[in-house]
Write a protein that binds this ligand. Structure first.
Ligand code: AMP
Length: 392
C-alpha cells in the first residue's frame, strides 16, 4: 500500500477528500473547527513537499442541488487562517471553472471546491461523477474518516480511477486507534457504552464483548438493562422491544467472564428539564413519574475502581444528559477519571466527544476520534468502504 511518505509530491496535485462537515451557526460561521484542524497535517505535509492541494468535501445534507446555507464558501476564511495561506474557492466541484482552477495550481497552493453533495451523483456513488472528480489530481488521498463508512463517489468509487492513492495522516491515526482497541488492546480493558439507545449500540457491544474485561453501561440505555433484570425504572427511557436483547447481552457477558457495571444509583428528575425537582435513588427503585437522567454518586464511585485499574478504555456515549448542568456530574466525573488514567483511552462517537470538549478534557485523552458513525461501524467489526477502496 502507498503512503504519504512513500510518494514524491514534487509538482504533483494532491486531491484530498476531507471531512469539512463542520457545524455552522445562524450567521453561517464555523462554530467548531476541529475537523478543519484535523486535516492540517496532511495538507501541510504535501505543501511542505512541493505539491499543491485540491480539497473536496461535503457539508450537511443538501437535498436538491446547490443551497447557499450548505456552501463550503462559509469555511473558506477559517481554512485560510488555519493553513496560513489564501485558499482559492470555486463554487462548483466539477465543470469548466473548477477544472481550470485545479489545473492552474502551482506548488504550495490550495484550492477548495464546492460541496460535493450539490450533485446527487455523490451519494449515489456514480461512476461518471467519480471519474470527473479524479481529473482534479495526480494522486488521491482519503483523509475523511467521518465519511469512510459511506460508499460515495468521492470516498470510495473514485479510488478505482486513480493509480496513486493513499490514506491521509488523520485517516491513518483513526484506523490505528480503532485497531488498537479492537486487535491489540492491553488488559484490563474497559468499554463504557452510554447514550440514549441500546438499539444503536447492540452491534458494537456484541463485537467487543470477546475482547473486553469490563463493560460499563450508562446513560438512558442503562434503564432498559435494569428493567430487563426486574428493576423498577419509573418514567426513565426504555426500549421495550429490546428487553430481550439486554438480557442476551448480560448472559453473554457472564459466559465470557465480562464484568458488567450498571449504575447502582441514579439522579432522577420529575421532568426532562434542567430545573426539575431531582433526587438520588437506587436505579432499580425509581417511582412512576420520575426519570433517571444521570448516574448517582455510588455509580461514580464504582467507576473509579474499574477505570483506575484499566490499561485500555473505550468510551462511547455519555452516562447522563450532560447537556443540562443538573445532570452533567456523572459524565463529567467519568470523563475526568478517564483523562487522568495512565491507560490508553479512545473516545469516539458524537456525543461523548461533545462531552469531552465541554469539560475541557480533550488533550488528556489518548485519542479523540473525529468519526461518529464511521467509528461505530469500525467498532462493530465492519469493513469501511472508504478504507477498503484504498487497500484494494
Ligand atoms: P447517543 O447518540 O445514543 O450516544 O445518545 C446521546 C444522548 O443520550 C445525549 O444527548 C444524552 O443527553 C442522552 N442521554 C444520556 N443519558 C440519558 C438519560 N438517562 N436519559 C435520556 N437521555 C440520555
Amino acid at each position: 500500500m502507498q503512503t504519504l511518505e512513500s510518494f514524491d509530491f514534487e509538482n504533483k496535485r494532491a486531491l484530498i477528500r476531507v471531512d469539512f462537515n463542520v457545524p455552522l451557526n445562524e450567521k453561517l460561521e464555523v462554530t467548531d473547527d476541529t475537523r478543519i484542524i484535523a486535516a492540517l497535517p496532511t495538507i501541510n505535509y504535501i505543501l511542505d513537499n512541493g505539491g499543491s492541494v485540491v480539497l473536496i468535501s461535503h457539508l450537511g445534507r443538501p437535498k436538491n442541488g446547490p443551497e447557499h446555507k450548505f456552501s463550503l464558501s462559509h469555511i473558506g476564511q477559517t481554512l485560510s487562517d488555519a493553513v496560513g495561506t489564501d485558499v482559492e474557492f470555486v463554487d462548483d466541484c466539477i465543470g469548466k471553472e473548477a477544472f481550470a482552477a485545479s489545473s492552474a495550481l502551482s506548488p504550495g497552493e490550495v484550492l477548495l471546491l464546492e460541496n460535493l453533495r450539490f450533485y446527487k451523483e455523490e451519494t449515489e456513488g456514480d461512476d461518471g461523477f467519480a471519474r470527473q472528480l479524479a481529473q482534479h489530481g495526480d494522486v488521491y488521498i482519503n483523509d475523511a474518516f467521518g465519511t469512510a463508512h459511506r460508499a460515495h463517489a468521492s470516498t470510495t468509487i473514485i479510488a478505482q480511477f486513480m493509480a496513486d492513492k493513499m490514506f491521509g495522516k488523520l485517516m491513518m491515526e483513526e484506523v490505528k486507534s480503532g485497531n488498537k482497541v479492537l486487535e491489540s488492546a492491553q488488559h484490563p480493558y474497559t468499554a463504557i457504552i452510554g447514550g440514549a439507545k441500546v438499539s444503536s449500540k447492540i452491534s458494537v457491544i456484541t463485537n467487543i464483548l470477546d475482547k473486553i474485561d469490563n463493560l460499563i453501561i450508562g446513560g438512558g440505555m442503562a434503564y432498559t438493562f435494569i428493567k430487563a433484570t426486574g428493576g423498577q425504572i419509573g418514567s426513565s427511557l426504555v426500549e421495550e422491544d429490546h428487553l430481550d436483547t439486554a438480557r442476551n447481552i448480560l448472559s453473554e457477558a457472564k459466559s465470557k467472564g465480562v464484568r458488567v457495571v450498571l449504575p447502582e444509583d441514579s439522579v432522577v428528575a420529575s421532568d426532562f428539564d434542567n430545573d426539575a425537582e431531582k433526587k438520588i435513588v437506587s436505579s432499580d427503585q425509581i417511582e412512576d413519574g420520575w426519570m433517571g437522567l444521570d448516574v448517582g454518586p455510588l455509580a461514580t464511585t464504582a467507576y473509579e475502581d474499574v477505570i483506575a485499574k484499566s490499561k485500555t478504555i473505550l468510551w462511547n456515549g455519555p452516562v447522563g444528559v450532560f447537556e443540562m448542568s443538573s445532570f452533567a456530574e456523572g459524565t463529567k466525573a467519568l470523563g475526568q477519571m478517564i483523562a487522568s488514567s495512565p491507560g490508553y483511552s479512545l473516545v469516539g462517537g458524537g456525543d461523548s466527544v461533545a462531552a469531552v470538549k465541554k469539560f475541557g478534557l480533550e488533550k488528556s485523552m489518548s485519542y479523540v476520534s473525529t468519526g461518529g458513525g464511521a467509528l461505530l461501524e469500525l467498532l462493530e467489526g465492519k469493513t469501511l468502504p472508504g478504507i477498503a477502496a484504498i487497500q484494494e
